[in-house]
Design a protein. Structure first.
Length: 766
């Protein structure tokens, strides 16, 4: 059946088309347009562009629908029989989905446009390029058509996920994104490195796929338990008050735990899916290595799709998570988020790869959102999810622009300085890490992602620098003018009101965030160029026209995107704001019986937010503004002596942070090596016990029994048969003497026989 939609605006009926538009682009590229890279890029941009325009039209229309939170739009059709009921294939539109439609297709569209320049569409192909490896600077990637097909399918997964009407549909689109992340992280599958410790794109894609499968398996277990208890996976059915009450009051006895409400067990299992997807501790290890994929993929994963999906899952299923008020499920979510926020922020302090700093920043900010959800800050977490997407997409795309500029600077410097170019071999920094973004196979090994190789890029790449700084200030929560300030401040205010331990942890994480962001900005854009590549970096190539326009568009939202969430009671500015975002999402929260009232103004979280943002940025500037200055007479073709100012005060802790607390090594030793050892032991067990002892033993026993049977058959059965045959043969040979065939012999025998009988008769006494 299809739900009646006559009471809603007609444009809502186009909602199911939204995920089909990028999917149509994916199909057309794969089946028809893949030979033309320009046409493939055009189809991908066209598909997501139409989804963006239509999505905004639908979302804006929802603003004027009264009581939309209480009566969301649904269009569905029964399609999957499950016992006595049917599961629906359908889509739903409510304030949460409407807010996501403002962000997801728009950010995806800008990333797609950026990717045209990034992949070199319109540039000539190089004869030296190998399929599955990055192209040389100034050339188009040979697999560009495949790339645009993959990202179109990626966008399909996220748009479908935010509109899904039930958990089955959500899981379908969830796994589509899992597939696309595997394909895109490992997009340059043929690349290899001299350093055996450096993970390759193929390995990074597999690592992401397998790590997230751990969370997905537990999530699927939770979904199956939920269906077993409710006989439905539709959000409309699950979130009924009587259904949530039943799940919260009925219990299951868990070994070592005791009586546990079904709602708690199911919520924690489903949350593990979000832990994997959003790279929370302890499943965080896949996300930094996902940087092996092209930069537009990093932006998609970190801003508009993959990791946002994990937070969205918890927000969407929040009534289930909060079914047991202040229960273990929410406490677990709050602890996981707060710990991850601080844990990842400390690692980011000591990273030198420009993209990995942002990767750990994403893990930390996602922890912020989960901590907010754990303490009940439903609206604040949703707000930060949206604002974070804009400035984190800006930062990742900006990092890709920086890397491109370094690549071209390295290429130009090498061509322009003759033999001096050979002296840049040192720039690998001992890592042997080729560029993630279009390295030249004809140049010495060089790492354009290492911030120690940069410096002074503000003058060389002003548009990239300005937009990156705006994104960095938003990430740091620079007061009043940035979106990050308003969303972070709201989370801190909720934490102060509901859980002051979480407040302290998040405040420290925010301080570290501002510090490492300032560190990143100063090392990259200020000071003097520390290498020839930085000296010759530029953004004047035609590809940067495609790359810098999306940066400027995102910079607008990184600033103005937070103005829709200014609290009414904020001093001064609150009088000018009706806080439309809180009213919009709050209407859904009220319909779901989630506490979402605006908090009264409190100066403590505000002053804390101002202090950690400005203090962290100032401290980062003071610590790093003089670091990496070139000594007198230094030549750019010789290695800069860059010593991180944090190395001495942190002492032995610095290499621990630089090596990410050695979790990769720990997991490799315990899980990978452990699995290999277990596999080896199982192989030996199978070979020695199963094969040699059991299977071969059974075979030997069978052979022995067959030998016994053969001997019995030969000596007993055959002996008896042969003995009877021998007796019969002997008797026959005897009888053969009498059976001559001559009548006279027979008459003679008869005469003799009669004579003997007659004689015996006469001799016998009478």
């Amino acid at each position: 059946m299809t739900e009646s939609v006559s009471s809603f605006p007609v444009i809502f009926n186009l909602t199911p088309i939204l995920p089909l538009l990028p999917f149509a682009a994916f199909v057309l590229i794969v089946l028809w347009a893949n030979r033309s890279k320009k046409l493939s890029a055009g189809l991908a941009i066209g598909g997501i562009g139409l989804a963006w325009i239509l999505g905004w039209a639908i979302a804006i229309t929802t603003f004027s629908v009264e009581h939309f939170g209480e009566h969301p739009f649904r269009v569905f059709r029964d399609w999957l029989p499950t016992g006595r009921t049917w599961q629906a294939f359908g889509f739903a539109l409510d304030p949460l989905a409407g807010a996501m439609l403002i962000m997801v297709p728009f950010v995806c569209f800008l990333i797609f446009v950026y990717a045209v320049g990034y992949m070199g569409v319109g540039k000539p192909e190089s004869a030296n390029d190998e399929r599955g490896k990055p192209a040389e600077p100034g050339h188009v990637d040979r697999l560009a058509s495949r790339f645009f097909a993959y990202i179109a399918l990626f966008a399909t997964g996220m748009i479908g996920l935010i509109l899904a009407d039930n958990l089955i549909m959500l899981l379908v689109f969830w796994e589509i994104m899992g597939l696309c992340s595997y394909l895109l992280i490992g997009f340059w599958f043929a690349r290899s490195y001299d350093d055996p410790k450096q993970i390759t794109p193929k390995e990074a894609g597999l690592k992401a796929f397998l790590t997230t499968r751990i969370g997905d398996t537990l999530m699927l277990a939770g979904m199956l338990l939920l269906y077993a208890r409710t006989n439905s996976l539709s959000f409309a059915d699950i979130f009924k008050p009587e259904m949530l009450e039943q799940l919260a009051t009925t219990t299951v006895n868990l070994p070592g735990v005791g009586a546990t409400p079904w709602a708690t067990l199911i919520a924690i299992l489903i949350f593990f899916g979000a832990i994997g997807k959003s790279a929370q501790f302890p499943l965080h290890v896949w996300l930094p290595d996902a940087m092996e994929g092209p930069t537009p993929v990093s932006a998609l994963i970190h801003a508009a799709t993959m990791v946002s999906a994990g937070v969205y899952l918890v927000i969407r299923t929040y009534p289930l998570m909060a079914a047991v008020e202040h229960g273990p499920a929410l406490q677990f979510i709050a602890f996981t988020g707060a710990f991850t926020a601080l844990f990842a922020a400390t690692i980011a302090l000591a990273q030198n790869d420009i993209k990995k700093v942002l990767a750990y920043s994403t893990i930390s900010q996602l922890g912020y959102m989960f901590a907010a959800l754990g303490i009940g800050a439903y609206v604040a977490a949703t707000f930060h999810l949206l604002t974070h997407a804009f400035f984190k997409a800006l930062l990742f795309l900006g990092s890709g622009s920086v890397i491109h500029g370094m690549e071209h600077g390295h290429h130009h410097g090498h061509q322009g300085h003759g033999e001096a170019g050979k002296l840049v071999d040192w720039e690998t920094g001992g890592h042997g890490h080729q560029s993630t973004d279009h390295p030249s196979t004809n140049l010495p090994s060089f790492d354009p992602q290492d911030m120690r190789n940069m410096g002074g890029l503000f003058r060389k790449m002003p548009r990239t620098a300005w937009t990156f700084i705006i994104g960095g200030l938003a990430l740091s929560g620079f007061p009043i003018v940035t979106a990050g300030f308003w969303s972070k401040d709201e989370i801190l205010a909720d934490a102060w009101a509901h859980n002051q331990l979480v407040f302290v942890v998040l405040a420290v994480a925010a301080l570290l965030t501002a510090f490492y962001t300032a560190r990143q900005i100063v090392m990259t854009f200020f000071g003097q160029p520390r290498t020839a590549a930085a000296e010759h970096a530029s953004e004047h190539d035609s590809i940067f026209q495609w790359m810098t326009i999306p940066l400027m568009a995102l910079a607008v939202f990184a600033v103005a995107g937070g103005w829709v969430g200014i609290p009414k009671e904020f001093p001064g500015l609150g009088a000018l704001s009706a806080n439309p975002f809180h009213h919009y999402i709050g209407s859904l929260a009220e319909a779901l019986h989630i506490e979402a009232a605006e908090l009264p103004f409190n100066a403590v979280p505000l002053l804390t937010s101002l202090g950690v943002a400005l203090g962290g940025l100032t401290l980062g500037w003071l610590v790093y503004r003089g670091a990496g200055k070139l000594r007198a007479g230094h030549h750019l073709a010789s290695p800069p002596e860059y010593v991180d100012p944090l190395a001495r005060p942190l002492g032995p802790l610095y290499p621990v942070l630089q090596n990410k607390y050695y979790f990769d090594e720990l997991y490799h030793k315990v899980f990978i090596k452990g699995t290999q050892r277990l596999s080896t032991w199982l192989f030996k067990f199978d070979s020695n016990i199963i094969d040699d002892t059991l299977v071969d033993g059974v075979g030997k026993a069978g052979r022995w029994l067959s030998e016994v049977g053969r001997w019995f058959d030969t000596h007993i059965v055959d002996g008896a048969v042969n003995g009877i045959g021998a007796v019969t043969g002997w008797f026959g040979s005897v009888m053969r003497e009498f059976q001559t065939g001559k009548a006279q012999n027979y008459l003679l025998v008869g005469l003799v026989t009669v004579s003997v009988l007659l004689g015996a008769f006469l001799l016998l006494p009478k």
